[in-house]
Design a binder for this molecule. Sequence first.
Ligand SMILES: Nc1ncnc2c1ncn2[C@@H]1O[C@H](COP(=O)(O)OP(=O)(O)OP(=O)(O)O)[C@@H](O)[C@H]1O
Ligand SMILES: [Mg+2]
Length: 495
Amino acid sequence: MSEYILELQHIVKRYPGVLALNDVSLKIKKGQILGLIGENGAGKSTLIKTCSGAVIPTSGKIIVNGKEFTHMSPQLARENGIAIIYQEFNNIKGLSAAENLFLGNPIRKGIVVDKKAMEEEAKKAFDQLNIKIDPKELCGNLSVGYQQMIEIAKAIRLNAKILIMDEPSAPLTSKEVESMIAVCEILKSQGVAIIYISHRLEEIFRLSSEIVVLRDGEYIKTLVTKDSNVDELIQLMVGRQLKESYPQRKINTISDETILKIENLCGNGDKNVNLELKKGEVLGIGGLVGAGRTELAQMIFGAVKKESGTISLYGKEINPKCPKDAIELGIALVPEDRKRHGAILHNSINHNINMPIYDHFSTLSKINEKKEKEITLKQVDDLIIKTPTINQIVKNLSGGNQQKVILGKWLAANSQLIILDEPTRGIDVGAKFEIYKIINKLVENGKTVILISSEMEELIGMSDRIIVFAEGEITGELKKNEFSQNAIMALASNC
Ligand SMILES: Nc1ncnc2c1ncn2[C@@H]1O[C@H](COP(=O)(O)OP(=O)(O)OP(=O)(O)O)[C@@H](O)[C@H]1O
Ligand SMILES: [Mg+2]
């Protein structure tokens, strides 16, 4: 019997025009946490989907507990103890935590569902992972972090011995990430093998004993975590050295002219927001998830109506009633929830990127295809969107590349004020740097940027000034010489 619980051998996956995986192998032992890293589009999600049966490999072998398969199916995966935690959970919000845990497989007394028994069993399952969830609580009332934990508990209850997590920390707050890491540690001690995909390298270093690096669908190397470091990982991932984390702006871009002034703004959960923004400035907005930052952006963008107060652009009060009004005023918002508000997944990259600007250079009857193509190619180039052609359907791109398309769409719109809500979530280190360079280019060209981010390092690296939100209010403002993670944290927790 092999000492490995799971082995992938020489996996190849070919799509029309894309060799997503080219001879990739990895192996993992019982009770081991294996990090899986690579740039956007490197093939991480495709690789792990071969283990769940969601992707059928073109060739290669999957060996689970010594049993050999050419491909899996969802049922085979379950029978062989493989579970995947995807970013979109399958929880039903109107059902309780316990009901979700037993979804599709309830405990019955005769023919009736035994709610009480399920609640008791759920409590045991949660206790075992040290998760503090009331089994009776409706899933819709639970935070994303807890919903994810229900998914993990569900997998374990179905006897998963190999748990695969695809960017589990992306939607979580830093506190939730800590709880999730604690759950991973417990599972590891129980002998569960975990494959952990993340763009946050510090998590990979904390959790894993070995790290597999993919690049462009190729297997690059397996590293022993304790003998490696961030620089080496980045070098292997992107195939070159990244010297600095944040590019410097060449000139002072901030002018005396006020572009945006917000006075006593209330609505959408925000209270009495006052702020002024100079043309050419990068204003960072920090705070915990749910502190009111996205809510402010939505009001400026006309996506949600304000209740009272004023928003002025270049000294003139504006009242955008819908995003279209805001776009016409020269305001763009790259939303945080890109799946819901961002791209039309079934349309091409070309179509998505040109969507907000069709009015500018095409009449309804005649679309200027040449111009359209030019604009798309520039964004694909600038943002390093990995795709065989600009006509590729967005749904077929990797997660990170889908996000770049949405970013490209707003950058192409040539707006004056660009609000970026968590622009680098799910984006690999190399592309992050490109996005930072684009932010610099924007302000160097006289545009103004509001950068909402939960990554404090990113706020500190990129902003000219940072304001912090807590519970719908601005709790403070930091100038460049006052920037520190502690200062942001203190304002974010309002103490
Ligand atoms: N159904 C599909 N049709 C065509 N190409 C696809 C399909 N699914 C994935 N690809 C391509 O396969 C490659 C690998 O994608 P994958 O989603 O595995 O990347 P990833 O490493 O998970 O990236 P990310 O970090 O952005 O999530 C990409 O070039 C992607 O566009
Ligand atoms: Mg992916």
